[in-house]
Design a protein around this ligand. Structure first.
Ligand code: FES
Ligand code: FES
Length: 174
């Protein structure tokens, strides 16, 4: 009996692993592609790849709001948003909020001297921007609906700053 052909003795080869397709994402008006794991959190992409470290890591489970960014204008926890979910959307971080001048929310934050340690504040500001887009004249209940945490307890100053920002935005429209 003749020997089997040489190729029959070779171990079966696995098909080459396919790399995931690059995911396009817009960050602060600039286009980027993510070429790694689609399940990677957006927060990692912002902080570790783009070095946009204004967005903070607090809990990593969507509970504290320190990582809040705007996704198509809506306040979104970037620690629980995958790159797959962020793809083809417009992300705005604290670094992209001011254009030619400070955003009215940033201006109001300064006027009301909101910040204590500062760790939660980028997320608070992004959440406030979202609220004021939806509710130009928010009442206390609307503001209390922001569930971002502040361990320094700056909530009264945040409330005053959001009301001040609403005045600034209304005044700019007159
Ligand atoms: S770090 Fe994202 S919600 Fe806390
Ligand atoms: S200012 Fe310190 S956690 Fe909010």
């Amino acid at each position: 009996m003749s020997n089997p052909p040489e190729h029959a003795a070779q171990p079966a080869k696995h098909p080459p692993a396919r790399l995931p397709a690059p995911l396009p994402v817009s960050i602060n008006g600039k286009p980027y592609f993510h070429e790694g794991d689609p399940a990677m959190p957006l927060l990692w992409f912002l902080r570790d790849i783009l070095r946009l470290t204004g967005t903070k890591y607090g809990c990593g489970i969507g509970a504290c709001g320190a990582c809040t960014v705007l996704l198509d204008g809506k306040a979104t926890r970037s620690c629980t948003t995958t790159m797959q979910a962020a793809a083809n959307h417009k992300i705005t971080t604290i670094e992209g909020l001011a254009t030619n001048a400070l955003h009215p929310v940033q201006q109001a934050w300064i006027e009301e001297d909101v910040v204590q340690c500062g760790y939660c504040q980028a997320g608070q500001i992004m959440a406030a921007v979202d609220l004021l887009q939806r509710k130009p004249k928010p009442n206390d209940d609307d503001i209390a609906g922001i569930d971002n945490l502040c361990r320094c307890g700056t909530y009264p100053r945040i409330r005053r700053a959001i009301q001040r920002a609403a005045e600034l935005i209304q005044g700019a429209k007159k």
